[in-house]
Design a protein around this ligand. Structure first.
Ligand code: PMP
Length: 383
C-alpha cells in the first residue's frame, strides 16, 4: 500500500475534514454563500492573530504576500531594514532591492534568533528607516524570533512600520498584532493553517492601511487599494481559489474548536519531544534550545553521511517524507516538521525511521532504539 508520512514544513498534511470540504462543488466566488464564508474566514483570522485592522485573503503563495507588503507598505527609495536570519529574511531583502528600496541588511548566523538590541543598534544610526522586515519563524534556520520583544524595543525609538513574515508561525504559535504593535503581517494557507497552498494572508494595522490607501500604486495585481475595496464587501478582487478556500474555512473552524492555547502548547510539546529524542540519538541540532522553532526541527547529518541520503532512505524505505535543509546547509542538514495536522504518533514513526535509516547508512555509533525509547518516556508525561 502506497502511504506516506508527510513531515515537511509545508505543504503540511490535510485533515480529512479539510479534504472533504474541498470536494464540495465549486461555488460562485461573487455569490452570497461565498461572501458569507469569506467574511467568516476574515473574522476567524482576525481573532487568531488579534488584529483590529484589516485582513485580506489573496490568491497567492506566501511569497506573493511578502511582495505585496513591500509594494504597498513602503515606497520607492525608502530606507528599510531587513533582518536576515535565514532564507526568508534574505528573500525579503532581495525583494526590497528589486523594488528600489534602500535596503539595509542585518545578517544573523543561522541557528539563533536575532537579539532586539542588534536591531535597535542599527536604528540608532539610521533614524530614517521607514520599515523593519523580519521573519517570525525562520523556516530555513529552524529558529523563532521574539517579535513581541523586538517590536516593543523598536517602538521605544522609532515609529517605522514593523512588517512580519508569519508564513510558518500562524496557527503554530501566538501572534498578537494589536498588542505587539505589528503593522503588517503576512501568512499563507499551507502550513500551520492545515490547508492546501494557494491563499496568501495579509493583515494590516489601521495606520498601515491608511498609508497604503494614500501611496502611489506600484503594482496592479497586488494593489491593496483594490484588494481592500473588494474585501470590504467580502469578496476577492480577482477569481479566488474556491476549493482551497473551502478547505481553509473548514481548517479555521477546526482551529477554533481545538483552541489557540491548546494548539500552541501542542506544538511546543512536539518540539520538545523531537529535540530530546534527537539529542539522545547523539545528533546535533541546527537551532539552539532557546531559539528553536515550535514548528520544525533542523538536524545536522552525522559526520560522513550526506543529509540527502538520509532524506532519500527515509522516503524510500520507511515512507517518511522529510525536508532538505536550505541554503548553505543543503546536504549537511535536514528538517523534520511538526507543524499543523501532525500528532505524536507521526513523530514517533519519524524518530524510529531515522534511527533505522542511520543504521542502514552505516552509522553505527548509536544504540538502536535509544531515541524512540526517550521519545516514548517523555510522551508518557504529557498523556
Ligand atoms: N516565509 C516563510 C517563513 C516560509 O516558510 C515560506 C515557505 N517555506 C515562505 C515565506 C514562502 O512561502 P511560499 O513558498 O508559500 O511562497
Amino acid at each position: 500500500i502506497d502511504k506516506e508520512f508527510l513531515l515537511i514544513p509545508g505543504p503540511t498534511p490535510l485533515p480529512p475534514r479539510v479534504i472533504s470540504a474541498m470536494t464540495q462543488p465549486i461555488i460562485n466566488h461573487r455569490g452570497p454563500r461565498f461572501k458569507e464564508m469569506f467574511q467568516k474566514a476574515m473574522i476567524a483570522l482576525k481573532e487568531l492573530i488579534n488584529c483590529s485592522g484589516d485582513v485580506y485573503l489573496i490568491p497567492s503563495s506566501g511569497t506573493g504576500a511578502m511582495e505585496l507588503s513591500v509594494d504597498n507598505f513602503t515606497s520607492k527609495g525608502d530606507k528599510v531594514l531587513v533582518v536576515d536570519t535565514g532564507i526568508f529574511g534574505e528573500r525579503f531583502y532581495m525583494m526590497n532591492v528589486a523594488r528600489g528600496r534602500n535596503a539595509l541588511r542585518l545578517k544573523v548566523e543561522w541557528g539563533r534568533a536575532v537579539q532586539p538590541e542588534e536591531i535597535t543598534e542599527v536604528l540608532i544610526s539610521n533614524s530614517d528607516v521607514k520599515a523593519v522586515f523580519i521573519a517570525h519563524n525562520e523556516t530555513s534556520a529552524t529558529t523563532i524570533n521574539d517579535i513581541k520583544q523586538i517590536s516593543s524595543r523598536i517602538k521605544k525609538m522609532s515609529d517605522c512600520f514593523i512588517i512580519v513574515d508569519a508564513v510558518s508561525s500562524i496557527g503554530v504559535t501566538e501572534i498578537d498584532i494589536d498588542n505587539w504593535g505589528i503593522d503588517v503581517l503576512i501568512g499563507a494557507s499551507q502550513k500551520g493553517l492545515m490547508s492546501p497552498p494557494g491563499i496568501g494572508i495579509v493583515a494590516a494595522s489601521k495606520r498601515a492601511v491608511e498609508y497604503a490607501m494614500k501611496k502611489e500604486n506600484e503594482t496592479y495585481y497586488f494593489d491593496v487599494k483594490s484588494i481592500k475595496k473588494n474585501a470590504d464587501i467580502n469578496q476577492s478582487f480577482t477569481t479566488f481559489p474556491v476549493s482551497t478556500f473551502l478547505g481553509l474555512s473548514e481548517a479555521l473552524k477546526m482551529i477554533q474548536e481545538e483552541g489557540y492555547e491548546n494548539i500552541y502548547k501542542r506544538h511546543l510539546i512536539y518540539r520538545n519531544l523531537v529535540r530530546t529524542a534527537l539529542k539522545e540519538i547523539g545528533l546535533e541540532l541546527v537551532a539552539n534550545d532557546a531559539d528553536a522553532s515550535p514548528g520544525l526541527t533542523g538536524i545536522y547529518a552525522p559526520k560522513g553521511i550526506n543529509a540527502n541520503d538520509i532524506i532519500s532512505m527515509m522516503r524510500e524505505r520507511y515512507g517518511v517524507e522529510i525536508a532538505s535543509a536550505q541554503g548553505n546547509l543543503k546536504g549537511k542538514a535536514f528538517r523534520i516538521s511538526h507543524m499543523g495536522y501532525i500528532n505524536s504518533n507521526d513523530l514517533l514513526v519519524a524518530i524510529s525511521a531515522l534511527e533505522c535509516t542511520l543504521k542502514d547508512l552505516g552509522y553505527n555509533d548509536i544504540e538502536m532504539g535509544i531515541g524512540t525509547k526517550k521519545f516514548l518516556e517523555l510522551r508518557r508525561k504529557f498523556e
